[in-house]
Design a protein around this ligand. Sequence first.
Ligand code: MG
Length: 360
Amino acid sequence: MPLVRPFRTAHAFETVRELLLLHWIGPHGEGWSECAADPSPVFFGEYLDGARHVIEHVLLPRLGTAERITAAFAREAMRRVPGNVLAKAAVETAVLDADLRGRGVPLADHLGGVRQRIPVGVSVGIATSIAELLEWVTAHVAEGYGRIKLKIRPGWDVEPVGAVRRVFGDELLLQVDANQAYGSADLTTLQALDDFGLLLLEQPFHADDLVAHARLAERITTPICLDESITSLSGAATAIALGAAQVINIKPARVGGYLEARAIHDFCRAQGIPVFCGGVLETGIGRAANLALAALPGFTLPADISATSRYYARDITQPFELTDSHLEIPSGAGSGAIVDEDALAAVTTDIRTINLQEQR
Ligand code: MG
């Protein structure tokens, strides 16, 4: 899937998105999911070929041939496989989507969603100059995005963030994401970001270093948000107990699926910790499901779920369009994503069919 514009973060420079989709065909319904793994282990430890192998040879055989396979059943069947959260999330989500479509239930209703329109923002990659960054942000604000997230890294932080704040004023909802790029020597720089009235500072330090995040939280007033650090409900509980997270970015893929994502949401809501739904440049298949999750009441910050046109000229589903910085959850059962077979065929490079019935 060619991206409309290259996306640069502290670790990666992406011009195309290579994806693995799962199309689950069961006796009672069909469902779709998208695996968040990239071709190489750059952002996540898992990678596309590895996830595909694990799905085919480790996870799917565990589902067996039960008459009705629900997401909860799949989750239980996969529980004893350590790690591999992206692969597990893909399987669980396809099964969940199929089960809900078969029963005519929208995913947002199943999860407990309370809204139909989701406030969203846009994530802006690292530019080659401040002039270019200001151009990008100007275009996004003109498109109607009411919240901007800037990717930062050492050498691309105080100056560009300050420039955006000066040009667009204090009213712009602004937050930054460091993708783990800083270390303990960068404390002064991170403290300087405190002057810009940011909604949050996301994942400044390494995912494992909860203590560094907790220490920084004591020295700045900007809320610290954790993304890469949070891979499970118990991990979220630990981070909150340590004071390492005042906000959590919930990415369903990173925590193993929508059921764990909902559990983290429920826990955070009870603890008074706001959450928002993150993204990984999803196609409409992942985008639709993420919108359903973001309908839950604790998702009080704008989601990182942009309109289709932010990433793709032609998506493999119906396009998602921005209205007043909101996206509408598609109506319809399951995620509500409608796969465009022609568009999908145009970008498909390989199809593997796995028949669980034959493995009996
Ligand atoms: Mg992030």
